[in-house]
Design a protein around this ligand. Sequence first.
Ligand code: GAR
Length: 186
Amino acid sequence: MRTIAIFASGSGSNAENIIRHFQSNPSIRIDSVWSNKKDAFVLERAKNLGVEANFFTREAFSGSDQLRDELQSRGVEVIILAGFLWLIPSAFIDSFELINIHPALLPKYGGKGMYGSHVHEAVIQNKEKESGITIHLVNNEYDKGEHLLQKTCPVYPDDSPETLAERIHELEYAYFPAAIEAYLLK
Ligand code: GAR
C-alpha cells in the first residue's frame, strides 16, 4: 500500500480526477489534500469526495518542520503536486517522493512564475505549433526533475489561453493518474 497526499493551490480538477481514479485501487490510498490557499476550490472538491482537506501556512511549510512531520506521522510517502505553486523545500525532497505535472513541454516554458495561464499565454505568443504536458519527479529547482512522461497536443492559430488550457487539461486527465500509478507500482 502506498500512501499519497495531494498539494494544490487552485481549482483542483486534477486532484479530483486523481482521487476518483484511485478510489478503486486498493494498493494506493489518498490520505489527504493540502493547500496553501485557504479558499482554494480544491479543498471543497476533496471534502465532497470524502478526503480530508487542509490549509497550511508558509511557516508550517518551509519555516519549520510542522507540515513535513504531520505528513510523516500520517504515513504519507508520496506527494502529488497538482497545480501547486510554491517551491518545495529540501526537507520534503529528502523525506518524500514527489511528482509534479506541468502544462507544457519542459524544459520550455518552465521555471518560477510559469504556471497555469501564464504558460499558455507564452506558448501562444511564441506561435508554437505544439504544446503538451510533462509529468516529472520534483527536485530543488522549479520544473527541473527527471521526466516520467510527456504528451503533446496541437496549438492552433486561433487558440486563446483558455482553449489551449482545455486541451491541456484533457491530456492531464487522461495521463496523470495512470502515470502516477505506473511509477508507484513499478
Ligand atoms: C494544471 O494545468 C497544471 O498542469 C498546472 O496548473 C493547472 C491546475 O489545474 N500546474 C502548473 O502550472 C505548475 N507549474 P487544476 O487546479 O484544475 O488541476
